[in-house]
Unconditional design. Sequence first.
Length: 269
Amino acid sequence: MKKLFPFEFLYMTMTLLLTVVVVQSVYMTVIRPRAEAVLAAQEEHFKQDPMHTPPRSVYVILRDYEQETAFILAIWSVFILAYRGVAVARERSLLEQDFVGIRDGQVLFPEDSREFTRRIEALPAERQAHLLPRTINVALNRFGATGSIQDAATAVRDECEFEASKLDAELSMVRFTVWAIPAVGFVGTVRGIGAALQEAQRAAAGDVTGVTHGLGVTFNATLTALILCITVMFFLHQLQMAQDRLVLDTKRYVDTRLIRHFRTQRLAA
């Protein structure tokens, strides 16, 4: 009986909740209080010296809600990428094992494929579901059923292409966050511009404090979102490269350790 909630769904849900709680706690206890203290100090310096140019504070840059949301999405994406990375590492570790047990110079005829298929079927069900054992099983079954080396090679290629598409589809949530992070930053941009425009009349009278505050929200949100998006994209492309290498190495493994040993009765004669 299938589980009602797969582990992957529970992992993504729990990591999202954990990220929200941790980031919200950090913002409430550290970032926003220190940002308010920095702004208050800057206001005092400005009253004493209107020409004073205060240094930029990272707490002020990060204090708005758009930056908080962007951090939540970015950290959650890293959790998802880590989960996928561990799965790829487990699949790659199987490439170091010999699931076939064929000696150099040994040949396999179609009627021999069933013997080697039993070795794969004797593995635990969880191990059989991995890419390499599954691909080996597909090649053996196709060769045993059709007696064609070309059909077996085509079945391996199709299985690897299916796995590549599956791995790519499993990254859809990360791609959503990569799109959502800069979108959240643009929300902060629009909000900041709107706040600056509301203070246009006061700026015309000589008080530009409201305008500068609104523009600060605009640039801070955009800066944070773009940096986080670039960071997540870097890890995403690293994972995609690892997945592509896994599929290619699996196909090479099956070709060199299994398919090259296949022989048909006609060729053997």
